[in-house]
Design a binder for this molecule. Structure first.
Ligand SMILES: [Zn+2]
Ligand SMILES: [Zn+2]
Length: 244
């Protein structure tokens, strides 16, 4: 009886507020879904890609079954497994900025769905999911941590606990437009594990909106491994892809 009532309620909601593309408003079949035009405008990352960091290679290149990018081949990868749903470009930026700074929190539905799709080839299942922490001062100004919004639906679908309080992030000035070395220096020492018992022995999947140089993931990984984490992986909605 309850299920029938719930179904009826959903039908009424759909009738009053028909599902529409969160980006352009075109009608779609499911709430939170992108229309086909918006979907195809993103540069989604598929194979071939680096098995470690997910760096996308040109489609016509044959690098064998387990391709590695020069960075990962040289042992410089931020994490042992990172996946990104799409490339950071004008299209993903136009969705990211209002999501991060403009209160368009409903974008987290299609973004998190795309991130789960990007993790399909993950072989080692994590124990917990951790959104990259935001400094309290930024959280206060923004009102939300965009990484937590993305991590919540992923943790629900994967049936994993969300860890929101084991690591604290200190406030530092924005890293925008800094080179990789400056970004790494700027992020050094900002994370502090305050609940090591929740970290020890755990395989942790970090969630963030964007990966630029990988400095944030790399720094957080060092801190988590020091606190006893057994493995650290990552997933983002978009990543900067530069020729390497
Ligand atoms: Zn659309
Ligand atoms: Zn790589």
């Amino acid at each position: 009886m309850f299920k029938v009532l719930l179904k009826f309620c959903y039908k009424v909601v759909d009738f009053l507020f028909p599902p529409s593309c969160p980006l352009c408003g075109a009608p779609v079949s499911l709430h939170g879904e992108l229309c086909s035009d918006c979907w195809s405008s993103f540069n989604w990352i598929s194979n071939p890609k680096c098995i470690k960091c997910g760096y996308p290679f040109p489609a016509d290149i044959d690098l064998g079954l387990e391709p590695l990018c020069p960075n990962c081949a040289a042992g410089k990868s931020a994490l042992d497994f990172v996946r990104s749903a799409c490339v950071y470009d004008d299209v993903s930026k136009a969705a990211m900025l209002p999501f991060k700074h403009g209160g368009k929190v409903k974008y987290c539905n299609f973004m998190s769905r795309a991130m789960m799709w990007a993790m399909q080839d993950m072989k080692d299942f994590p124990d917990v999911i951790m959104p990259v922490p935001l400094a309290w001062r930024r959280l206060f100004h923004r009102g939300y941590n965009q990484a937590t919004l993305l991590a919540r639906p992923i943790s629900k679908v994967m049936g994993l606990k969300l860890d929101l309080d084991s690591v604290k992030r200190m406030y530092r000035h924005d890293m925008g437009h800094k080179n990789p070395a400056q970004r790494a220096e700027n992020i050094h020492g900002v994370f502090k594990v305050i609940k090591p018992d929740k970290i020890c022995g755990k395989k942790i999947l970090l969630v963030d909106d964007v990966m630029t140089t990988g400095a944030t993931f790399s720094e957080l990984k060092q801190v988590l491994l020091k606190a006893g984490a057994s493995a650290v992986y990552g997933v983002v909605f978009c990543r900067v892809v530069k020729a390497i």
